[in-house]
Design a protein around this ligand. Structure first.
Ligand SMILES: Cc1cc2nc3c(=O)[nH]c(=O)nc-3n(C[C@H](O)[C@H](O)[C@H](O)COP(=O)(O)OP(=O)(O)OC[C@H]3O[C@@H](n4cnc5c(N)ncnc54)[C@H](O)[C@@H]3O)c2cc1C
Length: 495
């Protein structure tokens, strides 16, 4: 008999919805907290810049039982993703579980010696506490803006200049007739640069620190989902936990793998005219692939070719009377500075003593299966296993987490097992695959299949792969198929 638990879900984005459904379905009493007025997280409309669209194709950015509508384009726009998330919440009657405009300020272990946590909650200027047996943290990696300032900024703003974070760029008319400088080289930076260029900016500069590999939606005319999301491709990256035989096979195949990636690089260099724009990275592509690899914004290459966007390697130095001084020593004209410098990763509601158990000195998170820490009982993360198909990743780990909480995993780990695995993964990230350290090590890409295999094995899924071995090796993770894999695990109900 599994006891019904009172479960808090913090966050109402992609992951919060998945977690609320998973715990509710198993019979637990779920209360969700979302500090915003609406669901959606990064897709909530007031946080989205114009023209934002997914990097993942639509069938790689959906829950297992809820495909995106047929009429959606291959890469849906922000408002379409937002509407999709609402339709998922409606389909599973999840909204009733959530309190909107409600923040979790802090969480402490319960003082009554019971398992679980006491949450301090704030809404409408009131604060109170509530006890929960288990907490599912779904606050994402993009919740708190990274705010940076440069010398001379106040005077620049007083003179009529604008400085904004990328998430505040919601009205392209601010660019009309203006000199715009975007700081950053990520997808949001290039999205905004292209948007500004096509909305009447006088000039647009993209100032970024280093060249990175970018992947276009179509590589050599083929949708990248058919090339880069395959199990066969994933196995060519240096995965964790290889046994001796796998290491021998990898050594034998090394020249072929090398040739495969050099071929891909050559194709990208030509297609994206990277040499012409001095944008060729120095790191081999296979060493770099992680959640931070940006997809090329449609129109970017045309804008670079026509000179409407000027790329500059460097960063901001200071705002001066003449404009914006860059670290290259050059001063460029600037009326609007958009800082596409990302988000602060963190768990600010978790008191310091718990953060110390969770986060190592170099910022790496100690989380087993990217979800739980053995020294922080009765809680786990959903969505901290971000990927190139984060909706699916969140749903799969939410299903793992509820079973972990209920002691119903087929491979229920001990604290010793978890710490051993965490140490092995940290060692792999630090010494074999530094790209995996991105976002505190909370990224499962490009190892989607390997991560899902481990999680499904833990859950006790009887089916973990498609019956057709060719489809399994050479096509992308299929959300509906993962629905059947999850359903093949032993089912139970709390209560
Ligand atoms: C522009 C953009 C495009 C992207 N495109 C893709 C893509 O194509 N493919 C892909 O896989 N990923 C993509 N991502 C990554 C994206 O973050 C994930 O896909 C996913 O949306 C993350 O969902 P989440 O629920 O984990 O986090 P979030 O969406 O960040 O949601 C977290 C929620 O928690 C709430 N919250 C935070 N703290 C508290 C608190 N203390 N109390 C109460 N509520 C709180 C926040 O308000 C927020 O609503 C994109 C991200 C951005 C920004």
């Amino acid at each position: 008999m599994i006891n019904r638990k009172n479960v808090a879900v913090i966050g109402g984005g992609v992951s919060g919805l998945a977690a609320a459904k998973a715990f509710d379905e198993k019979g637990h009493r779920v209360v969700g907290f979302e500090r915003s007025h609406d669901f959606g997280g990064v897709w909530e409309l007031s946080r989205s810049y114009p023209d934002v669209q997914t990097q993942s194709p639509k069938d790689l950015y959906c829950y297992t039982d809820h495909p995106m509508p047929d009429e959606y384009p291959e890469w849906p726009k922000g408002p379409q993703v937002h509407a999709y998330l609402h339709s998922y919440a409606e389909k599973h009657n999840i909204a009733r579980l959530f309190r909107l405009n409600t923040s979790v300020k802090t969480m402490e272990r319960r003082k009554d010696d019971a398992a679980g946590w006491t949450l301090t909650i704030e809404a409408g200027g009131q604060e109170w506490t509530e006890d929960f047996d288990f907490v599912s943290v779904c606050t994402g990696q993009f919740s708190d803006k990274n705010i940076i300032t440069h010398p001379g900024q106040d005077a620049f703003v007083e003179r009529g200049g604008s400085v904004m974070h990328s998430s505040e760029y919601t009205d392209p008319s601010v660019c009309k007739g203006k000199d715009v400088v975007v700081l950053g080289g990520s997808k949001s930076a290039t999205d905004i640069a292209v948007n500004a260029a096509s909305n009447g900016a006088r000039s647009v500069r993209l100032v970024y620190l280093e060249n990175v590999w970018r992947v276009p939606y179509f590589v050599g005319g083929i949708n990248f989902k058919r090339l880069l999301y395959m199990r066969a491709q994933e196995q060519q990256f240096n995965q964790w936990g290889k046994n001796l035989l796998q290491r021998v096979i990898a050594a034998v195949l090394k020249p072929l793998v090398w040739a495969n990636f050099r071929g891909l690089e050559a194709l990208l260099k030509v297609q994206l005219k990277m040499k012409k724009h001095n944008m060729v990275p120095t790191t081999p592509i296979e060493k770099e692939v992680s959640c931070s690899v940006p997809i090329v914004t449609p129109g970017l290459i045309d804008c670079l070719n026509s000179g409407t966007i000027k790329p500059v390697l460097g960063t901001f130095d200071s705002y001066t009377d003449e404009g914006l001084k860059l670290t290259t020593g050059v001063t460029v004209p600037c009326d609007v500075a958009v800082l596409a410098v990302g988000w602060k990763l963190g768990v600010p509601y978790l008191p310091q003593q718990y953060q110390e158990k969770l986060i190592e000195d170099d910022g790496q998170y100690r989380v087993y299966r990217l979800s739980v820490n053995p020294d922080l009982p009765d809680m786990g993360f959903v969505g901290f296993n971000s990927s190139f198909c984060t909706v699916l990743s969140a749903e799969i780990i939410a299903n793992w987490l509820v079973r972990y909480a209920d002691g119903q995993l087929a491979n229920q780990p001990t604290a010793v097992d978890m710490n051993k695995n965490i140490d092995m993964m940290l060692n792999w990230k630090r010494n074999e695959r530094p790209a995996a350290k991105i976002y505190g090590g909370l990224c499962s890409a490009p190892f989607h299949f390997k991560h899902f295999d481990e999680v499904l094995a833990d859950i006790g899924a009887k089916k973990k792969k498609r019956s057709n071995p060719l489809a399994e090796q050479f096509s992308y993770p299929n959300a509906a198929a993962y629905g059947t894999f999850l359903a093949s695990a032993p089912q139970y109900k709390a209560g």
